[in-house]
Ligand binder design. Structure first.
Ligand code: AMP
Ligand code: MG
Length: 328
């Protein structure tokens, strides 16, 4: 089946999920509430749901999460011809509810772009194409191809009204939107909210390394121990600097997950919008712990572009966030 997700790149080597949870196996367990963990494909990656529950409840949770992921994908995928983002990329201006998924994602993407001095940029799609991340044979773009692509990149073109009014108007301003660095995190938050609203507690949801936890992993414990994979694969996963508390999220961005290979050299799927060149700063991955999965997702990509020093300086403005930088 053809993959229509713009959150996946079928031509690229894709490693498994970047981060995964280790749930403690110790402690007293009720016979019918064992920690159940199951996974399924979603948004071009793997979704995982873990909860101490029976099978029927788990199935209901999966359905809720799947619906949330589909909603985000049908709105934000550039491969769905009539998705809102595809229409924006064709030059349409769209009026939509101010608290709709697209409005939320676009607003936060723009804010992150501004705060990061353009290291995060939701208009990188022409650069992704230039390097072969959107189909065709990957090759190093010529200077002219790169400067043409760079000319059409620029987060300032994305215009979106304030969250204060009920409705808002959004336009890409001639740019090409790509919310690949933030949409999965948003989708996890949406699934999380739907699950909580339906009475679910004490669970973990993971979409391709975008993790959010709710409640506690087992009676008597409030902390979730999460480990991140070593990007080189040479070392075992290492624990985050601190466990997650219920409600918190963590996301990982890495160059080892998705890349194109050109003449034996691997080029990261995260591109520095200021130069047009895939990031190659010695980092293998960056994980960010944050109060929401959208924030963790956006900031882990941002920090991957900024590198250790500028990344740490960026994050100091967000005391609720913690970052882990791992070398290649
Ligand atoms: P993530 O895996 O969350 O770090 O997101 C990476 C994806 O975001 C890429 O596959 C692109 O679709 C997009 N992207 C690449 N570079 C950037 C960037 N500098 N800012 C925002 N999005 C980017
Ligand atoms: Mg991201």
């Amino acid at each position: 089946m053809k993959n229509h997700s713009n959150f996946s790149a079928p031509t690229l080597a894709i490693a498994a999920v970047a981060a995964f949870a280790f749930l403690s196996a110790c402690g007293q367990r009720e016979p019918d509430t064992r920690m159940q963990s199951f996974s399924w494909p979603a948004m071009g990656t793997v979704a995982e749901f873990s909860m101490r529950t029976d099978g029927v409840t788990a199935e209901r949770a999966q359905k809720l999460a799947t619906n949330a992921f589909s909603l985000v994908e049908t709105n934000l995928s550039v491969f769905v011809a009539d998705s809102a983002v595809s229409r924006l990329n064709k030059g349409e201006t769209i009026r939509l509810a101010s608290d709709s998924p697209l409005a939320n994602v676009a607003r936060f993407a723009r804010e992150t772009a501004e705060a990061s001095g353009g290291a995060f940029d939701p208009t990188v799609n022409p650069l992704m194409r230039a390097w072969g991340f959107r189909g065709g044979t990957p090759s190093v773009p010529s200077g002219i191809t790169l400067s043409n692509a760079l000319e059409s990149v620029g987060w300032r073109r994305l215009s979106i009204g304030s969250a204060a009014s009920e409705e808002t108007i959004i336009s890409a301003g001639g740019a090409e939107l790509d919310f690949g660095a933030i949409a999965k995190g948003f989708a996890v938050d949406l699934a999380y909210e739907k699950l909580v609203a339906s009475g679910f507690t004490d669970f973990l949801i993971n979409l391709g390394g975008n993790i959010r936890v709710c409640g506690s992993p087992e009676p008597g414990r409030t902390d979730w121990n999460i480990a991140v994979r070593d990007p080189s694969g040479r070392h075992p996963p290492s624990p985050l600097p601190r466990p997650l508390r219920g409600g918190e999220a963590v996301a990982t961005s890495g160059s080892y997950e998705r890349f194109v290979e050109i003449e034996g050299h691997r080029y990261s799927h995260i591109i520095d919008p200021r130069t047009g060149i895939p990031v190659d700063n010695g980092l293998g991955s960056v994980s960010v712990i944050a109060p929401t999965a959208m924030m963790a997702d956006a900031y882990s990509t941002t920090l991957f572009v900024l590198g250790r020093e500028a990344g740490a300086a960026f994050l100091s403005a967000y005391p609720s966030c913690t970052a882990v930088f791992i070398g290649q």
